[in-house]
Design a protein around this ligand. Structure first.
Ligand SMILES: [Ca+2]
Length: 310
């Protein structure tokens, strides 16, 4: 039904439909040809249709906006399936690890001559442990190219750590640190490495050092058992030449003594029953027993240590 509102009386009138009096085939010449029927009220049906249409349109717009907001939120929210930045970085580094330095020796061979902290890539890209490592490189001692696996310079880090911490490493490579037993295994196993131990004496006299050859560490499945072949040059005793023992920490006793050596002497090491040398004791303390017997029988005589490999 179609309606019209007359100006004269503001009254609504119903316009006849085509079926009634108006046809497409009839040309209306005069407005009086159309018979208007007054109706009591306005075009109620039209108003409701408009309202209904507006409601439907509004509902559609609201649904559209809500959908868009949900889609945007989904894009911004990280999920478990998305790798973290560290994982991506690690994956990236491992992917190109073949062209990057395995250790400080390779950096030295690439022309690096300044001692300091560098990034090394000990693992193959397919290794689940694959990750870049920050390591201190000694590029001056004994021909340079040495990777520090242990270094103590200021006593800021405690070396009384548990199995997992020794496994993965701790500390900061520009200060006190342990590079990690996994990394030592990876850097030495099957590689005929040399080990160079240094001790800085508290009394200001010359640096103590000792070289060993054929040094390597077995993997965690053998509790990082150490193997040392021949001893080389040095100005202190070389009892480490006989080392064949697994690693121990206070929470993993693998020594041959009835007691827990790591718990008693407050640090991780390749204890047997218990030790003659021990570089991981409490810093500047009488509790650090026999760092390197007989030259260093007490931790208060020691002002720095390092264990270097290449
Ligand atoms: Ca024991």
């Amino acid at each position: 039904m179609v309606y019209v509102r007359k100006k004269e009386d503001q009254q609504f009138y119903e316009i006849p439909t085509k079926k009634q009096t108006v046809s497409r085939n009839i040309k209306i010449m005069n407005q009086s040809d159309i018979v208007l029927t007054p109706v009591s009220k306005g075009p109620k049906n039209i108003t409701w249709r408009k309202v209904l249409a507006m409601v439907l349109l509004l509902a559609f717009v609201i649904a559209l906006v809500v959908t868009l907001i949900l889609l945007l939120q989904k894009d911004e929210t990280p999920t478990n399936e998305i790798p973290s930045t560290t994982e991506l970085q690690s994956e990236l580094n491992c992917t190109i690890a073949e062209t990057l330095p395995l250790d400080c020796k390779e950096l030295y061979m690439n022309g690096i001559r300044k001692s300091g902290v560098y990034t090394i890539y000990p693992w193959e890209k397919t290794d689940p442990n694959c990750r870049p490592l920050q390591a201190y490189c000694d590029m001056e001692t004994e021909g340079g190219g040495w990777t520090a696996i242990q270094r103590r310079v200021n006593g800021e880090e405690s070396f009384n750590r548990n199995w997992t911490e020794y496994k993965l490493g701790f500390g900061t490579s520009y200060g006190d640190y342990w590079i990690g037993n996994d990394a030592i295994h990876q850097l030495t196993f099957g590689r005929n490495s040399s080990l160079y131990v240094t001790i800085t004496p508290m009394n200001g006299s010359d640096l103590s050092f000792k070289m060993y050859h054929q040094f390597y560490l077995f993997g965690e499945d053998q509790n990082y058992r150490i193997q040392i072949g021949n001893s080389g040059s040095g100005n202190i005793g070389d009892k480490m030449k006989w080392y064949r023992w697994p690693f121990s920490t206070f929470d993993a006793d693998h020594d041959t003594h009835a007691i827990n050596c790591a718990a008693k002497y407050l640090g991780g090491w390749w204890f047997a029953g218990c030790h003659g040398e021990f570089l991981n004791g409490p810093w500047h303390s009488d509790d650090w027993s026999s760092p390197w017997y007989p030259q260093y029988s007490n931790g208060r005589q020691v002002n720095g240590t390092s264990m270097l490999i290449k």
